[in-house]
Write a protein of this length. Sequence first.
Length: 367
Amino acid sequence: MKISSIEYLLLDKKFPFVLVHTDDNVTGIGECFVSQPAVIKTVVEEILTPAIIGKDPVQTESRFRDMVNAGESLEKGLTLNNTIGGAISIGMAGIDIALWDIKGKVLGLPIYDLLGGKVIEKVPLYASSITREMTPIEEAKRAAYFVEEGYLAYKLHSAVPGKIDDPKDHTIATVKEVRNAVGDNIDILVDVNGAYSVHHSIEIGKQLEDLGVFHFEEPRPHYDLDGLAHIADELTIPIASGEMIFSLYDFRDLIVRGRVDIIQPDIIKVPGFTAMLKISALAEAFGIPITCHNIHPTISTIAHAHFVMATAGAPYAQEYNIEHISIRDDYPILTEPLKIKNGFLEVPNAPGLGIELDMKMVRRLSK
């Protein structure tokens, strides 16, 4: 079996997907992060595709290294702040996921079995509220609704990225309202996207500890390793970070120098399942748990779920975007919606990713 062609599709003018076709008429599905779609298209079509076309798609490690060599990105430790490096990683992610989908289809196994087999039967999710414009009371009402739907954890994004220590920030007021609304048995997660100084992070973090918040995400940007380390040393609340980096070496530095308690790789930013396996092994060696970053509710969600199903080092509820997303809510691209009940995602046991695209809808949205 050989890779015969690779399609890059931009759905609804925003969401990048990859289809990897083979000469045996097996097609793999992958997704890329919603960043720099025009650059990612060029990377996929002109840099990565020539490196793997005509080669065996089942040999995922070899194809990963072919793409690394073509992109020359990972060894340099580039981050998403570097346009070319980030786009290369994101393009690789979509292709790698599609290759693992093909491997599962060829071997007749779901991806979680290819990764080592199930360590859990279904994946717990937390409701991730990304809207920042709500008042504390509005956020609390929203949290209560999703708790009633069965979710056992809720994440709020409160501070405004780029505005360090904004006096209009109402994180603590919001957490208090949410805690009053959902009770003491629901985990609350707080993500401020690096919007605090070190001293303010410690000040806010101590209050979050008193409110029983489960984790404090990105109090400082991922590149301020010294700042993250100082915050982690001063607080008992777990510090989480990692959504904005993708190389194995960056995650090593985040753990060793940044001293974070939880890392948050995103399978459609780091290069797919192949990179997630490497990052998981690194985290396990340091005793650091993984909570995946995930704001894409279709292919990305199911790919993360396969990884979590097979990873003992990912013990917590995983992120699920509750905002309105067109390709899930208006123009569904999956032939069957993901099955979420009482805050748990049922992972399909069909070969590969176990899901299928509605190709009529996909073609319509890609025009």
